[in-house]
Write a protein that binds this ligand. Structure first.
Ligand SMILES: Nc1ncnc2c1ncn2[C@@H]1O[C@H](COP(=O)(O)OP(=O)(O)OP(=O)(O)O)[C@@H](O)[C@H]1O
Ligand SMILES: [Mg+2]
Length: 320
């Protein structure tokens, strides 16, 4: 196996790895067997993608202005969420990794997901992580470009986006989907909002492409109730627990010594902050440490940065 690796013979390397997985499964080491098999599948998927046709790097023609294309390198392991959410997300990715096995039994991976929860808790990041895990492009739908005030034009632009899903397999993210599918649309009998809502619901229902559709909102209660059954599954995002908050801070402070910090004091300051706030506070504290204290991060720098982030929310709260 080592020889085939050194020789760069990846076919031989992977077939030996598969053999080891079979042996492990036979001797009852199912976890080891599963881990090795999953790693082999991923390696095969990667090498098939190296030979894929030229990746799309920009939306062209009529699609320009409607979507932004990226190839994220974010992974699910970068995402700090509760264990249940992490498990369910991994399961979804596995369904796509092992789509062939499902197909053999006439099953298909779930493809249409609705993410809801407060700002900065990882909804958009999850769409990027799913794309990153599966080696797919992330196509972020630019709602400013899709929604127009001209009669019928929004539906026509939405159709272009949904047509693209069949032409280019990817993760299609409708961020702030409440703008497209709010219940206000259904109250408005003749208006453009209703037309837009109906077309979105219809396109979503008719879509049988192999692409993944992610819709995200922090205003779930505004969504038209008819939208929910169009999704295969829904995920609710939350602000982090104090141990998750510590993890976000630590992830964003690589290269700093953190063991001596007073974490009890820091925990008090992380309350109510989202993962995005914590990531930003960590960067603020890191900058302070570098500029003011020879790169030594202190509890005080971190507490101050967290307090400053909390103040931003207070200052920006409605009614102030
Ligand atoms: N759960 C998380 N785990 C780790 N980092 C996170 C998480 N949530 C947010 N972040 C950090 O904050 C940034 C912004 O998060 P993201 O855009 O995913 O939030 P969101 O839930 O989509 O918010 P919004 O509702 O405002 O669109 C991420 O790029 C990442 O750096
Ligand atoms: Mg977002």
């Amino acid at each position: 196996m080592i020889r085939s690796h050194a020789d760069g013979d990846s076919g031989q390397f992977l077939s030996i790895a598969e053999h080891i997985a079979d042996e492990a499964a036979r001797s009852g080491k199912t976890k080891v067997a599963e881990d090795i098999s999953a790693a082999v599948r991923r390696a095969k998927l990667k090498s098939s993608q190296v030979n894929r046709p030229t990746p799309i790097t920009a939306a062209r023609g009529e699609l320009a202005g409607l979507m932004r294309v990226t190839y994220p390198d974010v992974r699910l392991s970068d995402l700090v969420v509760g264990p249940d959410l992490q498990r369910r997300l991994r399961r979804l990715v596995r369904e796509h990794d092992e789509a062939e096995a499902l197909k053999a039994k006439d099953l298909q991976p779930r493809r249409k997901f609705l993410f809801s929860g407060p700002p900065g808790t990882g909804k958009s990041m999850t769409a990027a992580a799913i794309a990153g895990e599966l080696g797919l492009p992330l196509l972020t739908v630019l709602l400013d470009g899709v929604i127009t005030k001209f009669m019928g034009e929004t539906a026509a632009k939405l159709r272009l986006v949904f047509d693209a899903m069949s032409a280019t397999r990817g993760v299609y993210l409708f961020d702030e989907v409440d703008a497209l599918a709010s219940r206000r649309g259904s109250d408005n009998d003749i208006g453009e909002a209703r037309r837009m809502l109906n077309s979105f619901l219809q396109f979503l229902e008719d879509d049988t492409s192999g692409s993944i559709v992610v819709a995200a909102t922090n205003l779930r209660s505004l969504l038209d109730p008819a939208i929910f059954r169009r999704f295969d599954t829904a995920f609710v995002y939350e602000k982090p627990s104090s141990s998750e908050a510590r993890q976000v801070l630590a992830n964003h402070l690589p290269g700093f010594e953190l063991d001596a910090l007073d974490w009890g004091l820091i925990d008090e300051r992380t309350m109510g902050l989202s993962q995005a706030d914590l990531a930003a506070a960590a960067a603020d504290a890191a900058r302070d440490a570098v500029l003011d204290n020879s790169s030594v991060l202190t509890t005080q720098f971190l507490c101050q940065a967290l307090a400053d982030r909390t103040t931003i929310h207070v200052d920006m709260a409605p009614g102030r």
